[in-house]
Ligand binder design. Structure first.
Ligand SMILES: C[S@@+](CC[C@H](N)C(=O)[O-])C[C@H]1O[C@@H](n2cnc3c(N)ncnc32)[C@H](O)[C@@H]1O
Length: 263
């Protein structure tokens, strides 16, 4: 299909209209949060009423693109997650509210309320038989825990060897300026988070849709995980960045496989 493995530099609403219904395994949406961030456009500067009306519009356009066993993750903050979760709950089943603890260091912060250091991620499915591969995202037990379970009744215990299932609080550092993964985008998400979503909720070879690609984290994560992607981004500078990130990844993997062949 001509729209696969591509990020189109256009408004998500225009792009979504061209994606046939029922083709997408996983939707990862990281929309403007309605907080006034500068993405080189006015997309994050809508007032509350306009922001929620626009959100309802793209959600209505995006959900039919999912397969019946497809699912959706949406990054939000506490500010609008209550309203947007209600919108989504009218159309899908809510499975989790995941708290992304951004590991913000203690350096002052709000003085008349508590400092906000997390993003709220909603996880929703279209139907009961949604795809979910728990084994792909298990977290290995550390050596200490394994040692503590060294009594004979635990030896060879499948769960101990397989690791545990991630909980709904994900503690992953935000990307600092110096971080090697960091690209020139104000709200770039860590690959670790997006790759966990993809491994759990999109079958190998399946298709991930991200209507608001930003720096292209979903495209890079999908490719690294052996999945296909499609998405949209308004800002041409970010579109160029996405192309560069995907090309860099492809050249690294070509280099690695050449080294393997010649090595
Ligand atoms: C929160 S950021 C996404 C960040 C991304 N997840 C990453 O890791 O880099 C939201 C992005 O949506 C883009 N955007 C805003 N409105 C849009 C629209 N109507 N269609 C397509 N992209 C849009 C913005 O330019 C911004 O780059």
């Amino acid at each position: 299909m001509s729209w696969l493995d591509r990020v189109f530099c256009e408004d998500a609403l225009d792009g979504l209209a061209r994606i046939p219904d029922g083709q997408i395994d996983l939707l990862i949406a990281d929309p403007p949060y309605g907080l006034g961030k500068d993405y080189g456009n006015d997309s994050d500067k809508l007032d509350t009423e306009a922001y929620l009306a626009w959100t309802e519009q793209w959600i209505t356009a995006a959900i039919p693109k999912l397969k019946t066993n497809g699912s959706l993750y949406i990054f939000l903050t506490w500010r609008y997650s209550p309203e947007i979760f209600v919108m989504l709950k009218r159309r899908m089943t809510m499975l989790n509210e995941i708290i992304w603890d951004r590991r913000v260091p203690s350096m002052g912060g709000s003085t008349r309320k508590y400092s906000s250091v997390h993003d709220t991620i909603g996880f929703f499915a279209r139907a009961k038989d949604y795809y979910f591969d728990l084994d792909a995202i298990r977290i290995p037990y550390d050596a200490e825990t394994k040692k503590a379970r060294s009594r004979s009744i635990f030896v060879g215990a499948k769960w101990l060897e397989m690791g545990y299932n991630p909980k709904d609080v994900w503690s992953v550092s935000r990307l600092h300026r110096e971080h090697k993964e960091r690209a020139d985008h104000p709200t770039q998400k860590p690959l670790e988070i997006v790759e966990r979503m993809i491994k759990a909720s999109c079958p190998p070879g399946g298709v991930v849709l991200d209507p608001f690609m930003g720096s292209g984290t979903t495209a890079v994560a999908a490719r690294r995980c052996g999945r296909q992607f499609v998405g949209f981004e308004l800002n041409p500078a970010y579109c160029a960045l996405i192309e560069q990130r995907v090309a860099d990844l492809d050249s690294t993997s070509t280099q690695t496989s050449n080294e393997q062949v010649t090595g």
